[in-house]
Design a protein around this ligand. Structure first.
Ligand code: GUN
Length: 292
């Protein structure tokens, strides 16, 4: 059975932070502390955990971050006013609206209100448009983190068949764009599968690089994988168990079932998750550098 390499997002993110240090120092010498505002509407427990871990990282690096907690029943106009206030607050170089938003709020309408120069999530239509045109400004953090894993482990995408399972605006869609761009770091032939795809295993089995971003716990097992494929597991799903916490985190890949089949895989936790946070820091530093 071939050995499956584990791609450590923790290791790659450490390298990112090391590379950011001189950029952060330069900004600080100019009196600029990169600052991020996180808007959290309601009290979804998974979002709260995610936002807290982001905050801790910013503190550790001596950067500025503030979480603005808003009530679950906030109306659209009040949320938009808050975003406008943050657009005009020069302590914040980045603004992030934590998704998903409660159902009564139209996410696209809300994200449109963030100043594209502060849109460190890369979700504003202007930034998505720039990405699609191959001239990205802010690249969404999880897709950017996945690309950085390829770079770190010298995975050449050019000429490869990448299959992305999942078409979300946060992960699958931007990854399908990024991997197929005509650039030195991409240039793959990309296929995107989703809930409307009749036979996902048939297509996934053709992938040299298989990216699971569908949000279904452990869905991708050995029946989806070509021997020797490289696998990226973007999923972070809570499933109940009888531990003290009452749940464990699993990916979209059935990890055990693909060991010995895939050439490499990212684990959950410790794979893509730390990269998303690292890219959020990097994008905030990039946004702060616009002030230099
Ligand atoms: N929810 C899950 N992932 C993300 C992300 O990358 N950005 C935001 N804003 N919300 C998320």
């Amino acid at each position: 059975m071939p050995k499956t390499k584990i791609f450590s997002g923790k290791e790659v993110s450490e390298a990112v932070y090391k590379n950011l240090q001189p950029r952060i120092s330069r900004l600080k010498q100019q009196g600029i502390t990169p600052g991020l505002a996180v808007i959290l509407v309601g009290n979804d427990p998974a979002s709260q955990v995610y936002v807290r871990s982001k905050g801790r990282k910013f503190n550790k690096l001596d950067l500025f971050s503030e979480t603005i907690m808003l009530p679950v029943d906030i109306d659209e106009d009040s949320l938009i006013s808050k975003i406008h206030e943050l657009n005009n607050d020069n302590r914040f170089h980045g603004i992030l609206v934590q998704l998903p938003l409660p159902k009564h709020l139209d996410s696209n309408k809300i994200l449109f209100e963030v100043n594209p120069k502060k849109d460190v999530d890369g979700f504003h239509p202007v930034n998505i448009g720039k990405l699609a045109l191959g001239e990205p400004q802010f690249i969404p953090c999880t897709p950017k983190g996945v690309m950085r894993i390829f770079d770190h482990y010298n995975i050449e995408l050019s000429g490869k068949h990448v299959v992305v399972v999942g078409r979300s605006n946060i992960v699958g869609r931007p990854l399908s764009i990024l991997t197929s761009l005509k650039t030195s770091y991409a240039n793959a032939t990309t296929t995107i599968c989703h809930s409307g795809t009749p036979d996902i295993p048939k297509i996934a089995k053709q992938a040299d690089v298989l990216i699971a971003a569908i949000g279904v716990p452990e869905m991708i097992d050995e029946t989806y994988v070509k021997p020797g494929a490289i696998m990226i597991d973007v999923g972070i799903n809570r499933v109940e168990d009888d531990s003290e916490k009452g749940y464990k985190l699993v990916g979209d890949v059935n990890f055990e079932s693909v060991i010995g089949i895939a050439t490499a895989i990212t684990p959950v936790p410790g794979g893509v998750g730390p990269m998303t946070i690292a890219m959020r820091v990097e994008n905030t530093v990039e946004a702060a550098e616009l002030d230099l």
